[in-house]
Design a protein around this ligand. Sequence first.
Ligand code: ZN
Length: 250
Amino acid sequence: MEDPQIIRIKQNYFFNMTEPSKPTDKYAKILHLFVLKNDERPQLQMPWYQKEFVLASDAYDMVVFDKTLLTQVYFPPHEKHPDGLAIIPEENNVNEVITTENIITADRDLFYKEQVKYALSTQTCKDCSGNGQVEYVFTDYCSTDHKIKHDCPTCNASGSCDVVINAITKEVLDFKTYQLLIKYKNVYFRLSSFKKIVETANLLTQKEVTLIYRQHENGGKHVFKVGEVKILVMPTMENKAKPEDIVVEL
Ligand SMILES: [Zn+2]
């Protein structure tokens, strides 16, 4: 059970983030960009300190910078924070400059491609025919069936589901989700990772970011530097796009 004091601080913290009183320190804002925004892993909901650094991560991307840059401390670190410094490589092995303008252009192209290809449509849930309840059967050791009606897990008892449809023909496509990906030198990254890099650059009034570390050509850790800030980005899980994904090359 988590300390009620910590829970209260967290609640205030998230409340404040949506209010004008959110952190004014640009480095505090950068940390907030990278913390986990759901409660699946409490140890990632707050930034944390290690040695002379402060770090934040949502399990996909991680940011690290010298803690003396942070003038406004607004968080209690989780006591079981991960060992982020063990994940971020100390060496640099590449030096490739990318302009934020190029990333913004790729983002806009992805948006247009998505609009042309897909739309979302709300349809009656196929599993419960729209009534929000399904029947569960349990067979006991005497082979007797026990039936119970319960909330439909497919539609969360709402009776309808959002499905992906072809934007032109309106036919329902047989996948639930697709990803928006940026391809850079044969490696596929989530658009969301690059958006955070651009937001960081904007906060630090930088127009360029530099790739300073690449683990290997087919994927693995990549580290970008924006001003005094390092951002570790993991490429997409299988390091390739699925046919339904939308890809723009950087
Ligand atoms: Zn349903």
